[in-house]
Design a protein around this ligand. Structure first.
Ligand SMILES: *Cc1c(COP(=O)(O)O)cnc(C)c1O
Length: 364
């Protein structure tokens, strides 16, 4: 007889494989052979990796037989200087998804709960469940966060609130003033995790100073990632910025060597490569105009987005996805959010956007 697994608690749900994440599998299933695939399903950087980051990877590869610095201090210093915060306030993680997991493990757990918005990053719910805690998902307001309602949902057992700005998958943005008023009413014993995975794509006139918020609110953790605007999704680097007392909690539960040597070096180089970042932001601005103009013409309704993706009403997300996959275009269905009528489309290069528009065709 083989190994009999123990009866797992209900939170240990099996992770579904999403076909659109694997190019080889899509090619095989849809008979696409050598046809170039347009991957607009994961909000990756369509311009690719920064040349400086690529060079840094080759530089450190030869030394990969050595363990990395356990806390990634070199990168922490670069980030602390860039954000104008003390070095101790910066904690690195293997992607910000890992940081979400730590937030749940450290502060939620059995008998406690975490508040989040409907239609926000699915990792919050799964991490809270995996910690043994209870997720409380608050109904959205026009597809965005309803902050007053989220504040009202903070009962005695709530220890963490997740806020995503801009939000994935809906692309909505909370303005700085509303965020500040929310932080003023959240009790200081509750950790607020402000996930800013897409903040670089927010236009200058809508930006707010999240570091000023971290200085003011000792219960605030700002999460950033190198996976999106910085083009390093495959290397898994993210980080949190928070005051030292909270950073110390994360430093204690974080696994040693969480971020590898190659990722540390690439992220530092990518952070300094402001030219690649600026090109990425400009590509996104123009691509968003191209996509919205095209979608308007084709008769689609979409939500105005502050991220590098756009949520489009296609009537039937699964059917549209199948149609697009046959044309070699990968988008993201949103059934797991209960948004069955919509798909999320990442902004690509001009030619990728054109292929998407051609493949999606007029709204039926
Ligand atoms: C993509 C994304 C992240 C980043 O995940 P990584 O683990 O850093 O790749 C975090 N939060 C949101 C809302 C995202 O969409």
């Amino acid at each position: 007889m083989g190994y009999e697994p123990p009866v797992l608690p209900p939170f240990a749900a099996k992770k579904e494989k999403i076909l659109g994440r694997n190019l080889a599998a899509v090619r095989e299933k849809y008979g696409l052979k050598d046809k170039p695939i347009v991957k607009l399903g994961s909000n990756e950087n369509p311009l690719g990796i920064s040349p400086a980051a690529k060079a840094a990877i080759f530089d450190v590869a030869a030394g990969a037989s050595r363990y990395p610095d356990p806390d990634g201090d070199a990168l922490r210093r670069v980030l602390a200087e860039g954000f104008g915060v003390p070095f101790e306030w910066v904690v690195l993680s293997a992607g910000s998804a890992e940081f979400v997991d730590w937030s749940a493990r450290a502060f939620v757990g059995p008998g406690r709960a975490a508040v989040m918005s409907d239609y926000s990053f699915s990792a919050y719910k799964s991490s809270v469940k995996a910690s043994g805690g209870r997720p409380i998902s608050v109904p959205a307001l026009e597809y965005g966060h309803d902050l007053p309602r989220m504040a009202a949902a903070i009962g005695d057992d709530v220890s963490v609130v997740f806020v995503t700005n801009p939000n994935n998958p809906t692309g909505t943005l909370i303005d700085g003033g509303a965020l500040e008023r929310f932080l003023e009413i959240v009790p200081q014993r509750v950790i607020v995790v402000l996930d800013e995975a897409y903040i670089q794509f927010v236009p200058q006139e809508r930006q707010y100073d999240s570091m000023a918020l971290v200085r003011r609110f000792p219960n605030l953790v700002v999460l950033r990632t190198f996976s999106k605007a910085y083009g390093l999704a495959g290397l898994r680097v993210g980080f949190g910025i928070c005051q030292e007392s909270v950073a110390d909690v994360f430093a204690r539960i974080r696994s040693i060597y969480s971020v590898n040597a190659v990722a540390i070096a690439a992220a530092a180089a990518a952070f300094r490569d402001t030219e690649h970042l600026a090109a990425t932001i400009e590509n996104n601005r123009l691509g968003m105009l191209q996509l919205t103009a095209g979608l308007n013409k084709l008769g689609y309704r979409y939500l105005p987005s502050y991220g590098n993706f756009i949520m489009v009403d296609v009537a039937n997300g699964q059917a549209a996805n199948e149609r697009l996959l046959k044309e070699g275009v990968i988008v993201r269905t949103l059934d797991n959010y209960g948004l069955n009528e919509w798909v999320r489309i990442s902004v690509g290069t001009p030619s990728e956007n054109a292929r998407l528009l051609e493949a999606i065709g007029p709204r039926v």
